[in-house]
Design a protein around this ligand. Structure first.
Ligand code: AMP
Ligand code: ZN
Length: 458
């Protein structure tokens, strides 16, 4: 079955075909680096990583671009409030540039821990100010902008199908809104360029044809995706919250400027929730990968947990759930390890697997197939090769796993040596007493032709 993906733009499952085969251009909205990423954010990046692996599995090469939002994302998605970076800088006592650098590194480390592949191209918003200014100039030339006292705004009423991606009820929003619209003409209008507040010098600000200031949050993705992937490319992804605001506005900008809806497919990962609420940086209920490690879990157990839910349904995080995922992963690893040398994959299982992956990334079905395979009576070598085949897309690093040889304490090793000496001297009673002492401490001695081997009791 060819790859089928759910496209939010058309609200339908469509067969995926690259615009310029065999290459696929894929843009994923990256982190706002004013704080650590939480495991909710990372659920979205795991989904995108599985998507990318599925594309490669289908024989395509993927040019994957991810941005880093290091300026312009205000505390409210409606372009009000403070810049998250400047706020983060005040909170930590570091400069906005330093916190961007630090949290970018932390994010990349978390990706590595979860076996999320690095994009082909990383791009920072602050490295692309000129491109963003050019894109705003282009939107202005098409007549879609207006000026208020605090910035240059996009007039959404001028775009007939503004809000199509989110199926926004523009009239309802406009009339029902109690929110203060300020100088904005329409409730859905958004900032392209914000002026630095009068009399205040921001840490991050630039000259522009409209005045000193900084770009709005959405313009970076239109400008950078066009630069690296062209003005109409294959796939654009993000979390479900991006549907109604960020991606809607990215599409508006690109439509105004280039007349395209930016991407052929729009894919969205659904939220990780905790206690029935969305996990969010600004909500303050968030867990980090480091929190899971500190509690004794392997980050890949979290990846395993994410694979157990379809990306288009919300997933509730519980510690019991993570515990179950860790146990299941441990079992799987031990089974795969115990199968010895890999042979050739089983055709039937490979066919089923491809069908599930290509059915809009049905990873829960893939996990069920994993356990079928474990329980099957296929030869171990076949099982092993088939599981490694699955792992191309699951990304659980099954081939790298080995049981940890636990270090035996020196005091125990000293007793073992004394026992060896006693045996050589045929002092059998002493030898038995020493073995009993070792056993009482929780270790077992196995005598092999190569000498004694010591294990911890299971
Ligand atoms: P941010 O760093 O806030 O710009 O978000 C980074 C990515 O995480 C975006 O794709 C968001 O849509 C996504 N995201 C935010 N919160 C969650 C959540 N609770 N679960 C899943 N994805 C999320
Ligand atoms: Zn974006």
């Amino acid at each position: 079955m060819p790859l089928q993906l759910y496209d939010t733009y058309t609200r339908s499952v469509r067969e995926f075909e690259p615009l310029h085969p065999p290459e696929v251009g894929m843009y994923t909205c990256g982190p706002t680096v004013y704080d650590y990423a939480h495991i909710g954010n990372l659920r979205t990046y795991i989904f995108e990583d599985v998507l990318r692996r599925a594309l490669v599995f289908n024989g395509y090469t993927v040019k994957h671009v991810m941005n880093i939002t290091d300026v312009g994302h205000l505390t409210s998605d409606a372009d009000t409030g403070e810049d998250r970076m400047e706020k983060g800088a005040r909170r930590t006592g570091m400069s906005a540039w330093e916190i961007a650098e630090m949290y970018t590194r932390e994010f990349q480390a978390d990706m590595a821990r979860l076996n999320i592949q690095q994009p082909t191209i990383w791009c920072r918003a602050t490295d692309h100010i000129a491109e963003q200014i050019e894109t705003i100039k282009c939107i202005e030339a098409q007549g879609f902008t207006y000026r208020t006292s605090d910035g240059i705004y996009f007039d959404t009423s001028k775009l007939p199908d503004y809000g199509y991606l989110g199926r926004l009820d523009i009239e309802g929003l406009q009339s029902g809104a109690r929110v203060d619209r300020g100088e904005k003409r329409n409730i859905t209008d958004f900032a392209l360029w914000k002026f630095s507040p009068p009399g205040q010098q921001r840490q991050m600000e630039w000259d522009s044809p409209w005045g000193v200031g900084f770009p709005g949050w959405h313009i970076e993705c239109s400008a950078m995706s066009a630069k690296y992937l062209g003005t109409f490319f294959d796939i654009h992804c993000g979390g479900e919250d991006h549907i109604t605001v960020h991606h809607t506005n990215e599409i508006a900008q690109t439509q105004a400027c280039y007349g395209t809806r930016l991407a052929n497919f729009w894919l969205h990962g659904y939220f990780l929730q905790i206690d029935q609420a969305r996990m969010g940086k600004s909500v303050g209920n968030f867990l980090r990968v480091q929190t899971l490690i500190d509690a004794g879990y392997d980050p890949l157990a979290y990846r395993f947990m994410c694979l157990g839910a379809h990306y288009r349904s919300r997933l509730s995080f519980t510690w019991e759930g993570l515990d179950g995922a860790q146990t299941a992963l441990n079992r799987l690893r031990a089974a795969v390890y115990g199968w010895g040398e890999a042979g050739a994959p089983d055709e039937d299982y490979v066919d089923k697997f491809s069908g599930y992956v290509n059915d809009d990334l049905n990873m829960p079905r893939v996990l069920a197939l994993v356990w079928d395979l474990v329980k099957s009576d296929l030869p171990d070598a076949t099982k092993k090769a088939t599981m490694f085949f699955f792992d191309q897309v699951m990304g659980l690093r099954l081939a790298e796993w080995k049981p940890v040889e636990e270090a035996i304490p020196e005091s125990i090793m000293a007793l073992v040596e004394q026992r060896t000496a006693a045996r050589k001297e045929k002092r059998w009673q002493d030898a038995d007493a020493l073995r009993a002492q070792v056993a009482a401490a929780g270790y077992e001695i196995e005598d092999t032709p190569q000498g004694p081997r010591v294990h911890k009791h299971a």
